[in-house]
Design a protein around this ligand. Structure first.
Ligand code: PMP
Length: 436
């Protein structure tokens, strides 16, 4: 009977968890593991079901991805339909309708100058490709000395070596490798606050730094408006506009990592929409497939594509085995259709309103340094690093799954949460804040 319900016996569960602890790496974890992961046996709507039958509202959207929730009939159907035709085929010398359909759709919904699409298999690779595009663009122009990127501290762009080099070098997860990473140019993080008045001294500092390094800069890379895993910091659109102006002034490329911010999460379809600017190169991932399959994309302008292709190499030297995977491409198109068929803006605004109201005053709690909400993102920043298992226990007592890190307790719920589900998530965050 327990199996019919999708549950596992306590003995089976314990055996699985013991093997998991001893043999399987989890994100940012030691081996063997010193904590035990929660066993999930199924997920439906916005709820995860654990082996013992416990249901938790997913406050994390599986790290920004599952914007439509789980086991969605339309997304399931898109994968199943494509599975009956072709699960995968190499992309070297071959193409297929799911890839072409998705590329058409992406070009249609992203800022106008972006017309070329590279399909990557993870967000980290999409950023690697963006960096490669920027550097190869200048190599093709006979300017190989333009091989550095200007970025801001507090950023996060992925875990591979190219990406780590543009992550926050001090507070990030990658300081361990600082001595072997490529050297880029770092500005201080943009001042906190989406609504903050622009700080002229900061803008001047950015301009000076860019001017000092212009001769060696290929481009600028940042996450627009929301710096995610590097600190869940929100900044004002003026800073993004200033970076666009700086890129134009020096003829360098603006690379926007929209992997976390894309597909409506911040209240606009793209983070760059807040500043009414367009990048030269844009990275997408996470919610691209609605959390179903691993796919990301790097889009660029005609200028970048022609610049690269007119160079000595003549080709962009990148080509993952699972490039443009048809199952992922099919579900990505379905996910975009689903998003745009609903009033996603209203869904995100409602989440923003509920989180804002329910967390009001929490910034005055003794253990809380700051509370911030933007779009479907809510953050409680503690004064000290939080006791993660203790916070998770509090959240679970409210029927909610959260995954804090460092000083940050945060949520980015699936857009399809009901008001009541968002209230549960907000209550979990508030209780966690009160416990600090
Ligand atoms: N860039 C940003 C802004 C991200 O948030 C992430 C994922 N946390 C990545 C890049 C890397 O994506 P992935 O984990 O799919 O490799």
């Amino acid at each position: 009977i327990t199996l019919q319900l999708g549950r596992m016996s306590p003995r089976e569960t314990e055996r699985m968890l013991e093997f998991d602890r001893e043999h399987i790496w989890h994100p940012y974890a030691p081996m063997p593991a010193t904590t035990t992961a929660l066993p999930v046996v199924s997920a439906e709507g916005v709820r995860l079901t654990l082996a013992d039958g416990t249901e938790l509202i997913d406050g994390m959207s599986s790290w920004w991805a599952a914007v439509h929730g789980y086991n969605h009939p339309k997304l399931n159907a898109a994968v199943t339909r494509q599975l009956g035709k072709m699960a995968h085929v190499m992309f070297g010398g071959l193409t297929h309708p799911p890839a072409v359909r998705l590329a058409e759709r992406l070009i249609e919904i992203t800022p106008e100058p972006l017309t070329k699409v590279f399909f990557a298999d993870s967000g980290s690779v999409a950023v690697e490709v963006a960096i490669k595009m920027a550097l190869q663009y200048w190599r093709s122009q006979g300017r190989p000395e333009r091989h550095r990127l200007l970025t801001v501290r507090g950023g996060y762009h992925g875990d591979t070596f190219g990406d780590m080099a543009v992550c926050d070098p001090v507070n990030g997860m990658h300081h361990l490798f600082g001595d072997v990473l490529a050297k880029h140019v770092f500005a201080p993080p943009p001042p906190l606050g989406y609504l903050a008045e622009p700080d002229q001294a900061y803008l001047d500092q950015l301009s000076r730094l860019a001017a000092d390094h212009a001769h060696e800069l290929a481009g600028i890379i940042v996450e627009p408006i929301v710096q995610g895993a590097g600190g869940m910091r929100f900044y004002a659109p003026e800073y993004l506009r200033a970076l666009r102006d700086i890129a134009d002034e020096h003829g360098i490329l603006l690379v926007l990592d929209e992997i976390a911010t894309g597909f409506g999460r911040t209240g606009e379809l793209w983070g760059c929409d807040h500043a009414e600017i367009a990048p030269d190169i844009m990275c997408l991932g996470k919610a691209l497939t609605g959390g179903y399959l691993t796919m990301a994309a790097t889009l660029c302008t005609d200028r970048v594509a022609h610049g690269i292709s007119s160079g000595e190499a003549g080709a962009l030297m990148h080509g993952p085995t699972y490039m443009a995977n048809p199952l992922a491409a099919a579900v990505a198109s379905a996910s975009i259709d689903l998003l745009l068929s609903r009033d996603w803006r209203d869904e995100v605004d409602t989440i923003e309103a509920i989180l804002t109201a329910e967390l009001d005053g929490a910034e005055d709690l003794p253990g809380v340094a700051d509370v911030r909400v933007l779009g479907a993102i809510g953050v409680v920043e503690a004064r000290e690093p939080v006791d993660v298992p203790a916070v998770q226990e509090i959240a679970m007592a409210h029927g909610v799954w959260l995954r804090p890190f460092g000083k940050l307790i945060y949520t980015m719920p699936p857009y399809v949460c009901t008001d009541d589900e968002v209230l549960h998530i907000a209550a979990a965050l508030r209780a966690a804040a009160e416990s600090l």
